[in-house]
Design a protein around this ligand. Sequence first.
Ligand code: NDP
Length: 330
Amino acid sequence: TSLGNYRDFYEQVKASRICIVGYGNQGRSQALNLRDSGFNVVVGNIDDSYAEIARKDGFRVMGIQDAVKLSDIIFFLIPDEVQASVFESDIRPSLSKGKTIVFASGYNYFYGFVSPPPDVNVIMIAPRMIGWGVRDVYVRGMGFPALVAVGQDADGRAEGIMLSLCEGLGIFRSGGCAVRSSFREETLVDLLTEHSWAGAMLFLFRAYYDVATSLGASPEAVILELYGSGELAEIAESMRNMGLFKQLRTHSTTSQYGQLTRGPLYVTDDVRKTLYNEAIKILNGEFAREWHQEQVSGGTVLRMSLRLSSEHPMEREEERLYRILGREGN
Ligand code: NDP
């Protein structure tokens, strides 16, 4: 996607008033990028340490309600878990016809936890990049990928506003792109990552630790092998640059043979069935309801799961090793 027919429109959007609600991971980076692209940006945040950072960065900071009232375009960049209640208390009362609300994820709009009035434009610009990366690539003159969608086109301008903001954020620069998507698709692919390989990797690493140490491997050797050395990050980088399977060329032939013949053993029909079932639970809202219930009832399961995960012997060994290595958080 490029700005195409929206060049003229871009100047209008640039002149409109934008507020960034939430000056956190995404908020700060997106605010700085837009300002450097010449957009007119204020920050809406309660008066605390985040507001202080925004002021130090030279932004005018005001309460969320006032910022929304003053602005034509509202970037809603607070954590997904608190968006529904903040929307009702601080955003909805200050919304009016012709304003545009911008989400950075599909979650709340897709499930209807946040439902803006019909006379407001709703768009999504969901970076496929963590907050500091959004700023870092911009400063280096590069772009970043994002999934984009129009949820509600109240006045025929939603698409143009979305593309203009993508341009302002730096998405269309070299290395970046906007992929036409939907709130549904963004929610599916985002959550399915968390509910499949990302979670499975943690527990597979644990199982590997149990097996290898039971056979005499030292905890340090296992932890360094699995993730402590940073090789995993290098493999991820190669996947990004070369491709999922093409990066195998950077490994020895012994490694290639081992990965290609043993890897499939772990992806059984049962695993595929689980993956499919979990995808359905995302799409039909079952997971979202479960997570909502968990939050309402005080987060007991999450707390317990975190505690249980910290009781495994691997945690203690990791702490010991990371202290010696002087790693963060130890
Ligand atoms: P952060 O956790 O960094 O957000 C922190 C900001 O939210 C602070 O300004 C904080 O201000 C504010 N905030 C937190 N709680 C509240 C509350 N109850 N009321 C009002 N403000 C609150 O969020 P992220 O940047 O990580 O996420 C923002 C959006 O971006 C989400 O939709 C997320 O899904 C999406 N996203 C995030 C990515 C990432 O890499 N993190 C990647 C792609 C998309 P204070 O505490 O002062 O109130």
